[in-house]
Design a protein around this ligand. Structure first.
Ligand SMILES: Nc1nc2c(ncn2[C@@H]2O[C@H](COP(=O)(O)OP(=O)(O)OP(=O)(O)O)[C@@H](O)[C@H]2O)c(=O)[nH]1
Ligand SMILES: [Mg+2]
Length: 213
């Protein structure tokens, strides 16, 4: 799949203010500073489309981007969504609660959300906060996939070991493992795989993949 255009659309403080849910939508979530905005920029091939920052907590709203693409699927118009991160220690407890409600509402009620990409830092051992978040997604029956980020920051063998450790940990509570991807926004790794995966999901979302079931 190729991206023909990617434009910032709108930032919404909560689920009810989001754009009309008339296109397939893919959202990115994960710990603060894990690289959500950077992966969106990698996919769209635009440097500062989603605002990034070395200071955690940069993204605060539900940010919609309008994408036009060409691929195997008939779908040419869809949304990417940059969400605020979780687990930023300096966030006041009240804000954390507001974050939780805002995100839970968005994730559970957004009817055009095809897949949630959960980003995991490939440099670290499995973190409780990420595993707990994945358990919530299972409980809420939200379709999700995993993106391991910042793979350029460690040696390939370390990344491979961390990815394996994380997926092994997931096996303890999941019957089936979700699709997973290893990326580097810095070295532009994982872009084609992610775009092809979205193209495939776009096809399934609209049943234009040739099947008549
Ligand atoms: N080396 C390297 N740095 C990265 C990569 N992805 C992101 N970064 C850096 O990590 C920092 C955080 O990236 P963001 O994309 O802003 O992270 P975020 O998850 O959107 O952060 P919040 O919106 O604050 O939750 C920035 O300084 C990025 O330049 C990567 O693949 N490799
Ligand atoms: Mg961000």
């Amino acid at each position: 799949m190729v991206i023909k255009s990617a434009k910032y659309l709108i930032s919404s403080p909560n689920f009810v203010n989001c754009p009309v849910p008339d296109k397939p939508e893919y959202a990115f979530i994960g710990r603060s500073n894990v690289g959500k905005s950077s992966v969106i920029n990698l996919l769209c091939n635009v440097k500062n489309l989603a605002k990034t920052s070395s200071a955690p907590g940069k993204t605060q709203m539900i940010n919609h981007f309008s994408i036009q693409s060409g691929g195997k699927s008939k779908v040419t118009d869809w949304y990417l969504v940059d969400l605020p991160g979780y687990g930023y220690a300096k966030t006041a407890i009240k804000n954390r609660r507001t974050w939780g409600q805002m995100i839970e509402n968005y994730i559970r009620k957004r009817e055009n959300l095809v897949n949630l990409f959960v980003l995991i830092d490939s440099r670290h051992q499995p973190q409780k906060i990420d595993l707990e978040f994945l358990d919530s997604l299972a409980k809420w029956e939200i379709p999700f996939s995993i993106i391991f980020t910042k793979s350029d920051k460690e040696k390939p063998a370390v990344v491979e070991r961390n990815v394996k450790t994380f997926l092994d940990k997931m096996r303890e509570s999941f019957y089936f493992l979700p699709a997973s991807f290893v990326t580097s926004a810095e070295k532009r790794i994982g872009r084609d795989e992610l775009l092809d995966y979205i193209d495939q999901l776009n096809g399934e979302a609209t049943d234009d993949n040739g099947s008549n079931t």
